[in-house]
Design a protein around this ligand. Structure first.
Ligand SMILES: NC(=O)c1ccc[n+]([C@@H]2O[C@H](COP(=O)([O-])OP(=O)(O)OC[C@H]3O[C@@H](n4cnc5c(N)ncnc54)[C@H](OP(=O)(O)O)[C@@H]3O)[C@@H](O)[C@H]2O)c1
Length: 249
């Protein structure tokens, strides 16, 4: 069963992030606090509607490419949690660029690396004391997403073994690096009983995936919620898809 009391999600205004907020609120034991973060809360109409209809949702402004703003967001979250820890951090926000070798530029590499890799790493670092607090409060219970976890939304295209078509330099490389961030966290935070896992959401019909993608965000998120419910110490540090399949690095 997945029953974290508090969750923070990035890029929660649309696509997979918005659907995660929607479905997490429907859990059998719903979270007390969902910190649904996005770059432009004023423009996040669907998310604001969810927040109006459910007091657990707090919409917070967070641009993951601006690590210098993270302490301010952490303080807002801390004020709401009133001494409790944060159970689940979902680094979902991401951007894509499909440049091939001829098109790739330094600027594009830096931009994707900043959003897809540096952002999740430094957000995990910023929220670590709160996640450690949640882990301590659940001490004696096994590792789980209900107790204390960092989930990084990766993509199968960041897998070395899966790469048979090349291209897409900025996206592939930023997600491959995110995979290493996750693996490293899984080693470093194991002693704290904090899970770190990469999830691949599938090929999903969002603005990023486009209309020809294979599954809807509802199907993807339903699958990922089942997977998150099943995560334990044995799955720590792995890359897993929305159907529960382990993807090779
Ligand atoms: N769709 C797929 O097929 C697929 C496949 C594999 C992996 N993924 C991964 O799944 C995650 C979600 O993708 P999606 O399909 O939902 O994409 P999407 O529809 O394009 O949504 C991306 C989300 O990330 C946010 N975002 C982008 N840059 C941000 C920043 N600097 N700070 C904060 N938020 C930022 C966007 O906010 P704005 O509205 O402000 O731009 C939006 O909420 C991504 O990490 C993506 O790489 C998706």
């Amino acid at each position: 069963m997945l029953c974290p009391s508090s969750i923070l999600i990035t890029g929660a205004n649309r696509g997979i992030g918005l659907e995660l907020v929607r479905q997490l609120l429907l859990l059998e034991t719903p979270p007390k606090h969902v910190f649904a973060t996005c770059r432009s809360p004023d423009k996040a109409e669907d998310l604001q509607k969810l927040a109006e209809s459910n007091g657990a949702v707090r919409v917070l402004k967070l641009d993951v490419s601006e690590p210098e703003s993270f302490p301010g967001v952490r303080e807002e979250v801390e004020a709401v949690l009133q001494g409790d820890g944060l159970n689940l951090l979902i680094n979902n926000a991401g951007i894509i660029a499909r440049d091939n070798l001829a098109a790739v530029t330094v600027q594009r590499m830096e931009s994707l690396y900043r959003t897809n890799t540096i952002g999740p790493l430094f957000l995990a670092k910023e929220f670590l004391p709160l996640i450690q607090k949640a882990a301590k409060a659940g001490s004696g219970q096994p590792m789980s997403c209900s107790k204390a976890a960092i989930i990084n939304m990766t993509s199968k295209v960041g897998s070395m073994e899966d790469n048979s078509s090349g291209g897409r330099y900025p996206y592939r490389i930023s997600k491959a690096a995110l995979n290493m961030v996750t693996k490293n966290l899984s080693v470093d935070l194991k002693a704290d009983d904090i899970l770190s896992v990469c999830l691949h959401p599938g090929y999903v019909k969002t603005e990023m995936g486009g209309p020809n993608a294979l599954i809807t965000s509802e199907q993807s998120v339903q699958g990922m919620i089942n997977v998150m419910a099943s995560l334990d110490a044995e799955k720590n540090g792995l890359m897993i898809d929305y159907a529960g399949k382990i993807i090779p690095w």
